[in-house]
Design a protein around this ligand. Structure first.
Ligand code: ASP
Length: 603
């Protein structure tokens, strides 16, 4: 049944056959997409990377080929030789690139058969993620998946061309290395030659790219895999790709300018979209206080409004407690929504699911106020709320009270939940913005220490350096917190449609400053020496002022393709639980392998 490929010669891709080929005899190879036997005539849709073409076999003119065509099944791999003809009038398919032609088969060669695929190669059938990933080679035969990966390929090419033209040098950095702190857990690799020692897979090339600047390369870039062993909540992958770059003798503006020009070029060349520059800049404080998050999506309003002062003397206990303990009362106005009780209950369940106790609300209907909390509010308070929220008939005002952080978290999430649920996102827009003026550090309650918002190599604003010295001198923790709260980082994040697609900063290039930062982060001198000794040492030998940036490539590509999941733009992604369904990694290894790397697995 199966024939040799032998002397078969492919002339072009199935998806490329066009009216220009009419009258020619051509040879094609591909997978059988569909077969239809109309009794006396068989139609085979033949598919390859570039698309599908219709092959026609007539019993009358070609009984032997007809017989063979009758046996082929979906996903068999065949070769077809035949003449290209214009399709009879009325049978054209303008939806297909090849929809005006068909190939009259003179020869069919079966190169391989296929078992019936676990799911059809189409866009309609719903298939579970696990099955799709297990049979990824079938899934990748689907047109949409192919297009995603080809788009990704074109994305790489634009990036490479851009950086090359801009004088950046592509340099690879090691995967078997030492921990690079980006705030996640490391994947570690045991060393066979050095019992008890481990490599860490890089969370990013951060330290190497800084060292390349010290080495004088001036402009570096790399499209690079990064590894972070995080709990895979939401849409994360343990290994993902960054477009990483670094530059010497630059300020924030210079790095941001490179990013803007690259993003504009990607959108222009790949989507035909003209983004306007410079991208908006929003300070961290403004983003958080208006949108409850440092990655705001401004394609819908629902902005957070501060009402704390309105409730300074309120008798409504929940609000009062929040205000008295230094917290906030804030609200969003879901305009014209006319939410029903049932809908409000659903939103209440949502906020409870993310840690709120409940959801206070006020609904305005034709001059009538309905709300479970109005009975606790003074008349002036209610009026002030309605006024400040610009509430009109049909509006529903939703509150949150508590610590500032809590309120922002809850309302920020509620805001996006509502936008998605009620489909009020303006999808015709690209919302591209910079978030700037981040605090350098924040107090981490759980860890009981200050942590960097970006990473410990991010430089503080020059005018804040004195405060760092001051913070180091004071003993009281409260005083330290107070001082550090006003220290800003020279960092910038790029946010598109509410997703952080990249971030970077100007780095510390002086050893004394880097040591002070480590000290504030409670990284002891020994620990710093052990972990980052090589960087501290390099900083002693002529480190230039430098800064850089890294994009999350998977996220960018998914966003530009309008996809929710980065798994759809990665050829072989892992499941939410970090499993590669195709190979079933991670897996056990033999006792010998373990012994070689000096490891015993605890039962
Ligand atoms: N290394 C940083 C990251 O992975 C990016 C940068 O600061 O350049 O987020």
């Amino acid at each position: 049944m199966v024939e040799s490929f032998g002397d078969f010669r492919r002339d072009k891709y199935c998806g490329e056959v066009s009216l220009e080929d009419v009258g020619k005899e051509i040879s094609l190879c591909g997978w059988v997409h569909r077969v239809r036997n109309h009794g006396g005539v068989i139609f085979i849709d033949l598919r390859d990377r570039e698309g599908v073409v219709q092959v026609v076999v007539e019993e009358k003119t070609n009984p032997e080929v007809y017989e063979k065509a009758d046996r082929v099944r979906p996903e068999w791999v065949i070769g077809v030789r035949g003449e290209v003809r214009r399709r009879p009038e009325g049978t054209e398919n303008p939806k297909l690139r090849t929809g005006y032609v068909e190939v009259r088969a003179k020869e069919i060669r079966v190169f391989n058969t296929s078992e019936p695929p676990p799911f059809p190669v189409d866009e309609e059938t719903h298939v579970s993620e696990e099955v799709k990933l297990r049979y990824r080679y079938i899934d990748l035969r689907r047109e949409s998946m192919k297009e995603n990966l080809i788009f990704r390929h074109r994305f790489y090419q634009v990036v490479r061309r851009f950086f090359d033209e801009e004088g950046f040098i592509e340099i690879e950095t090691p995967f078997l290395t030492k921990s690079t702190p980006e705030g996640a857990r490391d994947f570690i690799v045991p060393s066979r030659l050095h019992p008890g020692k481990f490599y860490a897979l890089p969370q990013s090339p951060q330290l190497f790219k800084q060292i390349l600047m010290i080495a004088g390369f001036d402009r570096y870039f790399q499209i690079v895999k990064c590894f972070r062993d995080e709990d895979l909540r939401a849409d994360r992958q343990p290994e993902f790709t960054q477009i990483d770059f670094e530059m010497s003798f630059v300020r924030e503006e210079d790095v941001m300018d490179v990013v803007e020009r690259l993003v504009v070029r990607l959108f222009r060349e790949l989507l035909g979209v003209e983004l306007s520059t410079p991208f908006d800049r929003v300070s961290y404080d403004e983003a958080v206080s208006k949108y409850g998050t440092d990655k705001p999506d401004r394609r819908f309003s629902l902005e957070l409004v501060d009402l704390t002062d309105v409730f300074k003397e309120t008798e409504f206990k929940i609000f009062r407690t929040a205000v008295e303990s230094g917290g906030k009362v804030k609200a969003i106005n879901f305009k014209g929504s006319n939410l029903s009780r049932k809908e409000i209950d659903e939103l209440t369940l949502f906020v409870q699911g993310i840690g709120a106790k409940g959801l206070a609300w006020i609904k305005l209907e034709n001059g009538k106020v309905s709300s479970p909390i109005t009975k606790f509010l003074k008349r002036g308070e209610l009026e002030a709320v309605l006024d400040r929220m610009r509430a009109q008939a049909g509006d529903v005002v939703l509150f949150s009270a508590g610590s500032e952080e809590e309120v922002h978290r809850i309302l920020g999430s509620l805001r996006t939940h509502i936008a998605e649920k009620y489909n009020i996102v303006d999808r015709s827009k690209w919302d591209v913005l910079w978030v700037v003026d981040f605090p350098l550090m924040e107090w981490d309650e759980e860890e009981g220490r200050f942590v960097s918002l970006h990473h410990p190599f991010t430089a503080p604003r020059e005018e804040d350096e004195e405060k760092i010295r001051e913070a180091l001198k004071v003993d009281s923790l409260e005083e330290k917190k107070r001082i550090l709260r006003s220290v800003r980082a020279r960092a910038y994040d790029l946010v598109i449609n509410g997703e952080e697609v990249g971030g970077g900063s100007i780095r510390i290039h002086r050893k004394d400053l880097q040591e002070m930062i480590f000290e504030l982060l409670n990284i002891s001198e020994e620990e710093a020496k052990e972990k980052f000794g090589f960087l501290l040492e390099a900083l002693r030998f002529g480190a230039p002022p430098h800064g850089g940036f890294a994009f999350g490539l998977d996220r960018m590509v998914a966003l530009m393709r309008g996809l929710d999941s980065i798994r759809d733009v990665i050829a072989f992604p892992k499941t939410q639980k970090g499993i590669c369904m195709l190979t079933m990694a991670p897996d056990k290894v033999t006792r010998e392998q373990l012994k070689e790397v000096h490891i015993k697995v605890a039962e």
